[in-house]
Design a protein around this ligand. Sequence first.
Ligand SMILES: Cc1cc2nc3c(=O)[nH]c(=O)nc-3n(C[C@H](O)[C@H](O)[C@H](O)COP(=O)(O)O)c2cc1C
Length: 222
Amino acid sequence: MHFEDLIRQRYSARAFQDRAVPEPTLRAILTLAQHTPSWCNTQPWEPVVTVTPAATDRFRAALWAHVQAGSPPRPDHPFPVRYEEPHATRRKRCGGALYTALGIARENKRGAFEQTLKNFRLFEAPHVLLMFCHESLGFYGGVDCGLYLQSFLLAAQAHGVQTCAQAALATYPDFTRTYFDVPADRKLLFGCSFGYADPDDPANNFRTERESIETQVRWIDH
Ligand SMILES: Cc1cc2nc3c(=O)[nH]c(=O)nc-3n(C[C@H](O)[C@H](O)[C@H](O)COP(=O)(O)O)c2cc1C
């Protein structure tokens, strides 16, 4: 697939078929993502990946129980506390598109909350990736892992596998570290549920838009 098709066709999938991604495909995707550039080629990404649906289901059940117990969120890297313009409007538009696709009315706060909670069920995906990075690398380690994320998303798309990057999966890092036996100096940045998207689910039947380069880029020509 051409790069242009790949980057235009990728989208965040939030409903998946049950079937697993075969291990050779998974290895091919992860091998491609290893080509990501990084600061001094430090390659600081340390993703934990569930290779079988059974392993994913076990983690899903444990995470869900943790959330249902009312455990307080304590992300390693603080989430934004408010959104300024133009980010606030773009965020609202993207959430609105999802809720419209799902038939959740604007005033239906309960419905929106329940949809948000599906993050912690990994949108019922058969696989999940959880991204850890050594704390010593700070902001630029995060940049490198973000680059890795895009490589992973596009490599997956190239292999017919759909993804949903999820900051929500960084909400309970202590729980996630303990569950996967990850040392405390590895900070949890984000997760990514993935598998074969369910094309019939309305959650997958909307697409987000992008600003034009005129809006985003300061074009210096003199
Ligand atoms: C770092 C990062 C964190 C994200 N966190 C979430 C999340 O917690 N839950 C979710 O449903 N989508 C999440 N997304 C997906 C974004 O909402 C999505 O990428 C954006 O709306 C653009 O839509 P698209 O991916 O379909 O092009 C995240 C994306 C990124 C890159």
